[in-house]
Write a protein that binds this ligand. Structure first.
Ligand code: NAP
Length: 457
C-alpha cells in the first residue's frame, strides 16, 4: 500500500510520502538502540513528567489533531476528539501508576534460603509497534504510554494510510521533552517489517491488526525468538436475553456496531437474541440503526462517516452480497450510495447461516447480523462458534445467567449490560485467532518488561 493521505470522504489523494531508504532505516534503528542505553536509566519521575507534558499537548492541540485524523481515515470529528481525550487520560494514568505497577516484588526469602529475594521488572529495549489506522492515535498510545513509562524505546510502523498522524505522534513525544529517539515513527511499508523484526537491535514487537498480519509477525518473531503481543480481529457476540432492558440494549447495540463507522475490532458484530424477545429487539435495533446519520465526518450531526479505504468498502460489500445471494434477508441498508467517497450505510441482516462467509468472517463495517436462539445454551454455543475470541457482550438481569456468560463465553473480555470498551485500568486482549498477550492495566505494562529474579544470600 502506498504511504499516503487519502481523504475517504472524497477519495482524493492529498499527500504521498516516500518510505525510508534502507540506510535511513538502519540509522533509525541505531538511534533507537543508542537511546535505550541512556533512557532505561531515567527515573519514573522524569518519565512521568514527560508523559504528563504529552497529555497536556494532546489536550491543547485536540482540534487540529482531530481534523487530521478525520481527514486521513474518516472517523467523525467528534469521535476523533473523544479518542484524543482518551489518549491524554491514558498518558496520565501510566504517569501516575507505572512506578507502583513495576515496583520490586519481595518474595519469602526464608523459603528460598536467601537473606533477601525479589522480582525486578526491567524494560526489554526498542519495541516495534505495527499499528492499524482505525484508532490511529489510541492504538499507538496504548502501546506507547506503558512501554515508555517502563523504560522501553518505541519504533512505530503505523498503517500506510495515516502517515501524518504517525508523524504527529513522534513530534508529540519530542515536544513533550522525551529524550531524542525514544519514540520514532518509521515510514515504511509492511514489506520491511520482517527486516526490522529480525534486527538484533529490536527486542520485541506488538501488532494490532488483521489475523493474517498477526500470523506473519508471529512466525517471524517465533523464528527470531522475540516476544510479541498480538491484538487481532474479532467478531464479537452481543447476546440479548428476555430479562434485559431491551430499549437500552438496542441503543447500545447500534453504537456498538457502528462506532468508528463500524471499524472497531471490539465492535459487536453478531447479535444473538432469545426468541422470546427477538421480534421486539429487532424492531428497536432497526429503529436505532436507521436513525443514525451517515455523511460528512466533519459535520457535528454525523454519526457514521465513510469507511477508511476503498478496499475496506469492497470487502464489506462482498460479504453482504455473498450472504444475500445465499438467502439472507436485508432488514435495513444493504447497498451503498452513489456519492463520492467510501460510504456504506448501517445494515441489518437476518437469516444468516453457516454457509455464508460472514457467519465466520469479520465484517469491518456497519453491518449487523441478527440470529435467533431458543435458550441460554444455544446462545452460548452460537456465541462461541467462532475462531475469534476478543470481546463479548451479554444483556441479562438474571445473576445466574450473568455468571454463566462470564464463565462460558470464550473471549478475552466479557461485558455484561454494557458495551465492550478499552480502559487503562483493565487488561485488553483476546484468545484464539484474536491474538495473545494483553495491553493496558498492570498486565499491559509488564508485557514489555522482563521479570528478573534477584536472590541475595
Ligand atoms: P492490517 O492490514 O493487518 O494492518 C494493520 C497493520 O499491519 C498496518 O500497519 C499494516 O501496514 C501492517 N501489516 C499488514 N500486513 C502485514 C504483514 N503481513 N506483516 C507485517 N505488517 C503488516 O489490518 P487492517 O485491515 O488495516 O485493520 C483492521 C484489522 O485490525 C481488523 O481485523 C481489526 O479487527 C483489527 N484490529 C484489532 C484490534 C485489537 O485490539 N484486537 C484493534 C484494531 C484493529 P500497511 O498499512 O502498510 O499495510
Amino acid at each position: 500500500m502506498p504511504i499516503a493521505t487519502t481523504n475517504p470522504a472524497t477519495g482524493q489523494v492529498l499527500r504521498t510520502f516516500d518510505p525510508l531508504t534502507a540506510a535511513e532505516l538502519d540509522d533509525r534503528l541505531a538511534r533507537a538502540a543508542a537511546a535505550f542505553g541512556s533512557y532505561r536509566r531515567t527515573s519514573y519521575e522524569q518519565r512521568a513528567g514527560w508523559m504528563r507534558a504529552a497529555a497536556d499537548l494532546l489536550d491543547a492541540e485536540a482540534q487540529a489533531t482531530a481534523e487530521l485524523m478525520t481527514l486521513e481515515m474518516g472517523k467523525t470529528l467528534k469521535a476523533a476528539k473523544a479518542e484524543i481525550g482518551k489518549c491524554a487520560a491514558g498518558c496520565r494514568y501510566y504517569a501516575e501508576h507505572a512506578a507502583s505497577m513495576l515496583a520490586n516484588e519481595p518474595v519469602d526469602a526464608a523459603a528460598v534460603k536467601a537473606s533477601h529475594a525479589y522480582v525486578r521488572w526491567q524494560p526489554l529495549g526498542p519495541v516495534l509497534a505495527v499499528m492499524p489506522w482505525n484508532f490511529p492515535l489510541w492504538q499507538a498510545m496504548r502501546f506507547a504510554a506503558p512501554a515508555l513509562m517502563a523504560g522501553n524505546v518505541g519504533l512505530l510502523k503505523h498503517a500506510s494510510n495515516v502517515p501524518q498522524t504517525a508523524l504527529y505522534l513522534e513530534d508529540l513525544f519530542v515536544r513533550a521533552g522525551f529524550p531524542a529517539d525514544v519514540f520514532q515513527t518509521l515510514l515504511i511499508g509492511s514489506d520491511l517489517v520482517e527486516s526490522v523484526l529480525r534486527d538484533d537491535r529490536v527486542a520485541a514487537a506488538t501488532l494490532t491488526g488483521s489475523t493474517p498480519a498477526g500470523r506473519s509477525v508471529a512466525a517471524i518473531a517465533g523464528d527470531a525468538l522475540k516476544h510479541t503481543v498480538l491484538e487481532l480481529g474479532g467478531s464479537d457476540p452481543f447476546v440479548v436475553m428476555p430479562s434485559a432492558d431491551l430499549e437500552r440494549a438496542a441503543q447500545v447495540a447500534a453504537v456498538a456496531r457502528c462506532q468508528n463507522n463500524g471499524q472497531s475490532c471490539i465492535a459487536a458484530k453478531r447479535f444473538i437474541v432469545h426468541e422470546q424477545v427477538a421480534e421486539e429487539f429487532e424492531e428497536l435495533f432497526a429503529g436505532e440503526l436507521g436513525a443514525l446519520v451517515v455523511g460528512d465526518p466533519t459535520d457535528a450531526a454525523t454519526d457514521v462517516g465513510p469507511l477508511a479505504t476503498k478496499q475496506g468498502r469492497d470487502d464489506v460489500e462482498e460479504l453482504v452480497a455473498d450472504a444475500v445471494s445465499k438467502g439472507a434477508t436485508v432488514v435495513l441498508g444493504g447497498s451503498r450510495p452513489e456519492s463520492p467517497g467510501w460510504f456504506y450505510p448501517p445494515t441489518l441482516l437476518t437469516g444468516i447461516t453457516r454457509q455464508m462467509r460472514m457467519y465466520a468472517e469479520e465484517v469491518f463495517g456497519p453491518v449487523a447480523q441478527l440470529h435467533r436462539v431458543a435458550d441460554l445454551d444455544e446462545a452460548i454455543a452460537l456465541a462461541n462458534d467462532t475462531e475469534f475470541g476478543l470481546g463479548s457482550n451479554a444483556w441479562t438481569n438474571d445473576p445466574a445467567e450473568q455468571e454463566r456468560f462470564a464463565t462460558e463465553l470464550q473471549a478475552g473480555m466479557v461485558f455484561v449490560n454494557g458495551m465492550t470498551a478499552s480502559y487503562p485500568e483493565l487488561p485488553f486482549g483476546g484468545i484464539g485467532t484474536s491474538g495473545y498477550g494483553r495491553e493496558l492495566g498492570q498486565l499491559g505494562i509488564r508485557e514489555f518488561c522482563s521479570a528478573k529474579t534477584v536472590w541475595v544470600g
